[in-house]
Design a protein around this ligand. Structure first.
Ligand SMILES: [Zn+2]
Length: 294
């Protein structure tokens, strides 16, 4: 399986935590995409099967992964996935994981946790913040001890307020310990890190979601975060998913984002698309398709 990519002076690695097995759990298409009609599903079942749709049960399947981005200046982890030892009693695949594979894949890139300069969380949902921290003697400590962690300030404010109303476990174990350890940089969602890396505001799935663009010249690479979940949303950019904060805004952000990268040489690194997850975006009717890099 291809997990390493190069473009311009950038190297990109996929760190795969869970590729949902074909036996699910997954979600039924109608549950995952509330506005999906049976006709739309029937029309697309053929090309989607094995490409985000479980051939056996017809469920939507996601890959859960992080991307490592190496620029000439920095080693960056984009989105930190689910993590070990976290509490998700209702999600067996996520609950109290003790899987060594994530860290093993990091080691295989030649990097140690100390080598990560920045962790960027596209948004503050549980499958994008988990490896921010690890459990050490009963305390949650930053997994990447020398990294600065970039959060959108507006996104953090929103989830902090929600957390005060109803406690959110991943805020307690994966987000707030980073703030307490003074490792967080609170930024705007169009923040530029340097001449190689900047954030791309893509609100809607969450209040102040950002994608990450890397590359000094024309092409470079873009990391989608949850601006898009499934190849079906490339075909139908306005198709919202179950957990969108503002489904209409998410659709508008997604179309603008996909339009921008369509027919470009930019490596499109999708967060939840099935392996190999990375490709070039092409036009397809009123929508788009991702042609995977072989
Ligand atoms: Zn996600």
């Amino acid at each position: 399986m291809k997990t390493k990519f190069a473009v311009e002076d950038l190297t990109i690695h996929r760190i795969i935590e869970i590729e949902e097995p074909t036996t699910g759990p997954g979600y039924s298409p109608k549950e995952f995409f509330p506005d999906l009609t049976p006709e739309m599903l029937a029309e697309n079942r053929g090309w989607m099967t094995g490409n985000g749709l479980d051939p056996e049960h017809g469920n939507i399947l996601l890959c859960f992964q992080s991307y490592i981005l190496r620029t000439p200046h920095h080693n960056i982890l984009v989105d930190s996935c689910i993590g070990n030892d976290k509490n998700y009693p209702t999600r067996p695949l996520w609950h109290k994981r003790s899987d060594p594979r994530y860290m093993r894949q990091l080691a295989e890139t030649g990097l140690k946790v100390e080598d990560i300069d920045f962790v960027m969380c596209s948004h503050l949902h549980p499958d994008h913040v988990g490896w921010n921290t690890r459990l050490e003697n009963g305390r949650w400590v930053p997994t990447f001890p020398k990294a600065r962690y970039l959060f959108s300030e507006r996104e953090l404010d929103y989830w902090t307020a929600e957390h005060k109303k109803t406690p959110i476990t991943y805020m307690d174990d994966s987000v707030l310990p980073i703030i307490a350890a003074n490792r967080a940089d609170l930024v705007k969602s169009d923040h530029a890190l340097d001449d190689h890396v900047h954030l791309v505001p893509t609100p809607g799935h969450s209040p102040d979601h950002f994608a990450v663009h890397a590359g000094k010249r024309e092409a470079g690479a873009v990391f989608t975060g949850d601006c898009i979940h499934s190849p079906l949303q490339a075909r139908y950019p306005e198709l919202g998913m179950r957990a969108d904060w503002d489904r209409k805004m998410a659709g508008e952000s997604r179309r603008k984002f996909l339009e921008h990268y369509c027919d470009s040489a930019t490596l499109f690194c999708a967060m939840h698309f099935p392996s190999p997850s990375v490709g070039h975006l092409k036009r397809w009717g009123e929508g788009f398709r991702l042609n995977y890099v072989e």
